[in-house]
Design a protein around this ligand. Structure first.
Ligand SMILES: *[C@@H]1O[C@H](CO)[C@@H](O)[C@H](O)[C@H]1NC(C)=O
Length: 319
């Protein structure tokens, strides 16, 4: 996975300890057990911590025990991750607890299973420290399934749209970005319409990335064709097994889309945009009570009226 928002590395220096003849502990550095850790903000504001072996010639089972500390507040998260034999890396998704803010200090130690005492470990690394820098306050919003919407400020509602709508955009005359979604009605057996997000478009400057269930277009060209001319330039697209992640490093914006499950997540890490965005996902000003702001700037308490105002003008949808 490509990482831009925040890349951090630390080395768990491996030091094998063995008593010397006079009984003192002797240490010997064994780079075979070095582990590298990188971290990246996800589109749901969690931090993905990836632990990678730096030596892949011999890959025994390695257990890494670590602490994540928030400084100066005395919050500590203790965790453990196992690199199974032969596996080069392992990723752990850490949901940053509410009220915890970076910088975080991660410190860890790597261990091997003790062959003589089942369940015991032999410490093969010394404790090292690494700081995950403050990457800004992260706010996330989502649209899920038939769509349950959650704004950046945590206001929740259901919305049954039936065309293209603005999920979130930079709320100025010349928006730096806009993300819109196509909602399509599901076949239903009652009078009630249920819809789902079936495609999203992410526009950054002069580039538009369009995603649906299984295609990725950049300015209407298939992604692989666009890549030949180094497009997209404004974002990085990461294709994972179950989702597509669009990372807009310059804006500190992260978008995740799972077209098969109709799940959309977006995280804004740039405080400059907090309160300066608008759309179905609200204004990200930390107040959930003013999120139903229509396209014309006025507010409403009616979800349907609010939703209809964010329909993309000039596009026809025939359902
Ligand atoms: C989204 O992108 C697709 C493919 O380029 C395009 O057909 C569609 O009209 C776009 N929707 C909006 C709202 O711009």
């Amino acid at each position: 996975m490509w990482k831009v928002l925040l890349i951090s590395l630390f080395f768990i220096s491996s030091v094998a300890t063995a008593p010397s003849e006079d009984g003192r502990i002797r240490t010997r550095r064994d780079p075979q057990y070095d582990v590298v850790v990188s971290s990246q903000r996800q589109a749901d504001c969690s931090l993905a911590l990836t632990f990678i072996r730096s030596d892949s010639t011999n890959m025994p089972k390695l257990t890494v025990r670590f602490d994540i500390d928030q400084t100066p507040a005395a919050n500590t998260h203790e965790g453990e991750i196992v690199l199974q034999p032969g596996l080069e890396s392992e990723t752990l998704d850490w949901n940053v607890p509410i009220g915890w803010n970076p910088p975080f200090v991660v410190s860890g130690v790597s261990m091997l299973d003790d062959p003589n005492n089942v369940g015991d470990f032999i410490q093969v690394g010394q404790r090292v420290q690494h700081t995950i820098p403050d990457d800004g306050p992260c706010v996330m919003a989502s649209a899920k399934r038939d769509p349950h919407m959650a704004t950046f400020d945590g206001f929740r509602y259901n919305f049954q749209g039936t065309c293209w709508y603005t999920l979130v955009k930079h709320c100025t005359e010349n928006p730096e970005f806009e993300i819109s979604a196509r909602f399509e009605p599901l076949k239903s057996n009652g009078p009630e319409i249920k819809s789902r997000a079936t495609a999203i478009n992410v526009t950054i400057g002069d580039e538009r990335i369009s995603l649906d269930k299984d295609t990725i277009l950049v300015n209407d060209q298939p992604y692989w064709v666009a890549q030949l001319s180094d497009r997209p330039r404004n974002a990085h697209i990461d294709v994972n097994s179950d989702s597509i992640v669009i990372d807009i490093a310059r804006l500190k914006l992260e978008v995740e889309w799972d077209g098969r499950k109709h799940i959309f997540n977006a995280a804004i890490l740039n405080p400059e945009y907090h309160g300066k965005v608008c759309g179905l996902l609200g204004n990200a000003d930390e107040n959930p009570h003013n999120d139903l702001q229509k396209r014309d700037g006025s507010t409403t308490l009616d979800i349907d009226e609010f939703g209809a105002s964010w329909r993309t003008p000039g596009i026809r949808c025939d359902y």
